[in-house]
Ligand binder design. Structure first.
Ligand SMILES: C[S@@+](CC[C@H](N)C(=O)[O-])C[C@H]1O[C@@H](n2cnc3c(N)ncnc32)[C@H](O)[C@@H]1O
Length: 435
C-alpha cells in the first residue's frame, strides 16, 4: 500500500482485506503501520474505522444495500468498503457531517477509483437525509446468524447483553508486574502521566484505563512494568495458584500473557515448560518473557503428542491448558472473529481440546491440579467438554473454582461479556487423586 493514502482510504483497504479476503485484523493493521508512516493520531483513527466497520458490518452492509442500485463489481469491491467507512462515521462517530462525506469521497481517488466519487458522494448524502428501519435489532444484525443463534441457545437469559457487549468497545486493562511495583504505586505513576485509571475490582494485579492509550505512553512498559491483559485472563493465575519452586506446564502458552503472570506471581521461581504448536507465536512468547525479564523453557511442539517435547520426568504440579478455541467470548476485542469463524470449526476445535486434555492429564502428578480454560461462550468447548472428560477418565476430582465474578456451572465456571464486566471465559479446575 502506498503511503499517500488518507485515513479513510487506508481503513477501506484494510477492512476489505479482513472481511473479503479473510486476513486477521491484528496482522493487517500491524503490516499496514509498518509500511506506512502515520502520526499516532491518524493511526488511532484508522484503527477506530477498521474496528468499527468490522463490528457494525451487518448494519452498514444492509444500509449500503438500500443505497446502491446494484452491487459494486467484484474488481471494485474496495469502493464498497469506502462506502461502509463513510456510513460508519455517519452512524457511529461524531465526525463533522461534511468531513465524513468529503474526506471519504476523496478516498476513492486515492484508491485509483476516480469514477466512484460521484456514487459515494450521492450515497452518503442520501444516507445523511434518511432514517432507516433495520430489519432486526442492530446487535443481532451484526452477528452471523449461526453465532447469534448459538449464543441465544446457550445463554437465553443473557443473550441480549452478550450480543450488545460483543459490539461495544472494551476497556483497556493492564496487569501490573507485581515483581516491580504494587498496583497502588503504578496507579500513582499513571496519575502523574495524566492517564486516568481505576483498580480492577476482580483482578488483584489489574488496572482499568478510562481511555485506551498506546502502550508507549505507559510508564516503563518496554522494560516490563506492566502488560495489557483483560480481567478474565488475569484470573487464571489465581485459580491455578502455583507456589514458588513448583514444576508447571503451560501447554498452549503463546503469546505468553498467562505464562508471564504465573512467573510474576512466584517471583520467577518456577520450573516452567511453555509449549506452543506455532513457531512464530513461540517467538512472540519469548519476546514477552524477555520484556518482562522472566524465565521459562519455551518449546515449539504439539502438546498432545509428548514424543515431540520432553515432559518433566516426575510430572507436573500444575498444568494450564488455555485451549485453542472459537474465541466467541472475545468478539468485542477481536471483531474479525465474526467474519472468519465457521460453524464447522467448532467440531474440529472440540476434538483438539479433548486430545489435549487426555494427553496432558497423564503428565499431571497425583495431587496436582490442571486448569482447563477457553475464551469461548459455547458449552461444547467448555462444560460439555469437561463433562465428557470426567466420564472418560478415572481419578478426577473437581475442586471449587474460586472465581470472583462468574456463573457457577456443574463443572467449572463461565464469565459472559456484558454480564460479568470482563471477556467471556470458561475455567475448570481438575485435581488428580492420590490413589
Ligand atoms: C488461547 S491461545 C493461548 C494464549 C496464551 N495462553 C496467553 O495467555 O497468551 C491458544 C494457543 O494454543 C496454541 N495451540 C493450538 N493447538 C496446540 C497444540 N496442539 N499444542 C500446543 N499449542 C497449541 C495456539 O498456537 C495458540 O497460541
Amino acid at each position: 500500500m502506498a503511503s499517500r493514502l488518507n485515513t479513510r482510504a487506508a481503513a477501506a483497504q484494510i477492512a476489505w482485506q479482513i472481511i473479503d479476503k479473510g486476513q486477521s485484523l491484528d496482522a493487517c493493521l500491524s503490516a499496514f503501520f509498518e509500511q506506512n508512516d502515520f502520526s499516532p493520531q491518524d493511526r488511532g483513527f484508522v484503527q477506530e474505522l477498521v474496528y468499527g466497520v468490522c463490528r457494525w458490518h451487518g448494519e452498514l452492509d444492509w444500509v449500503a444495500s438500500q443505497l446502491l442500485q446494484s452491487p459494486i463489481r467484484k474488481k471494485d469491491r474496495v469502493v464498497h468498503f469506502v462506502l461502509l467507512v463513510g456510513l460508519y462515521q455517519q452512524r457511529h462517530l461524531d465526525t463533522a457531517a461534511h468531513a465524513a462525506v468529503s474526506e471519504t469521497v476523496s478516498a476513492c481517488q486515492q484508491l485509483g477509483k476516480q469514477w466512484a466519487k460521484k456514487l459515494i458522494n450521492g450515497c452518503l448524502r442520501s444516507a445523511q437525509r434518511t432514517e432507516y428501519t433495520l430489519p432486526q435489532d442492530v446487535d443481532s444484525l451484526c452477528h452471523p446468524a449461526w453465532i447469534r443463534d448459538a449464543i441465544i441457545q446457550a445463554w437465553p437469559q443473557h443473550a441480549t447483553a452478550i450480543l450488545s457487549a460483543n459490539n461495544a468497545r472494551p476497556p483497556m486493562c493492564l496487569r501490573v508486574n507485581s515483581m516491580r511495583s504494587t498496583r497502588t504505586d503504578y496507579l500513582a505513576r499513571l496519575t502523574e502521566q495524566k492517564i486516568a485509571a481505576t483498580p480492577d475490582p476482580f483482578a488483584r494485579d489489574g488496572i482499568i484505563l478510562t481511555q485506551p492509550t498506546p502502550v508507549t505512553n505507559l510508564p516503563d512498559f518496554s522494560s516490563g512494568a506492566c502488560s495489557v491483559q483483560d480481567t478474565a485472563a488475569q484470573i487464571a493465575a489465581d485459580l491455578l495458584a502455583p507456589q514458588p519452586g513448583m514444576t508447571v506446564l503451560d501447554a498452549c502458552a503463546a503469546p505468553g500473557g498467562k505464562t508471564a503472570h504465573l512467573l510474576e506471581r512466584c517471583d520467577n521461581d518456577l520450573q516452567l515448560d511453555a509449549l506452543d504448536i506455532s513457531a512464530s507465536r513461540c517467538l512472540q512468547l519469548q519476546a514477552t518473557l524477555d520484556r518482562l525479564q522472566l524465565t521459562a523453557k519455551v518449546t515449539t511442539a504439539d502438546a498432545s503428542d509428548a514424543t515431540q517435547w520432553p515432559p518433566s520426568a516426575s510430572g507436573y504440579d500444575r498444568i494450564l491448558i488455555d485451549a485453542p478455541c472459537s474465541g466467541l467470548g472475545v468478539i468485542r476485542r477481536h471483531p474479525d472473529i465474526k467474519h472468519h469463524r465457521r460453524p464447522q470449526d467448532i467440531d474440529q476445535l472440540t476434538q483438539i481440546q479433548a486430545a489435549l486434555l487426555d494427553a496432558l492429564w497423564l503428565q499431571l502428578k497425583p495431587g496436582g491440579r490442571l486448569l482447563y480454560m477457553t475464551c469461548s461462550v459455547l458449552p461444547a468447548e467448555n462444560h460439555l467438554q469437561i463433562d465428557q472428560f470426567v466420564r472418560r477418565q478415572k481419578g478426577v476430582m473437581l475442586p471449587a473454582v474460586p472465581h470472583p465474578n462468574a456463573l457457577q456451572l456443574e463443572h467449572g465456571v463461565q464469565t459472559l461479556p456484558g454480564v460479568h464486566a470482563m471477556d467471556g471465559f470458561y475455567y475448570c479446575l481438575l485435581e488428580k487423586t492420590l490413589g
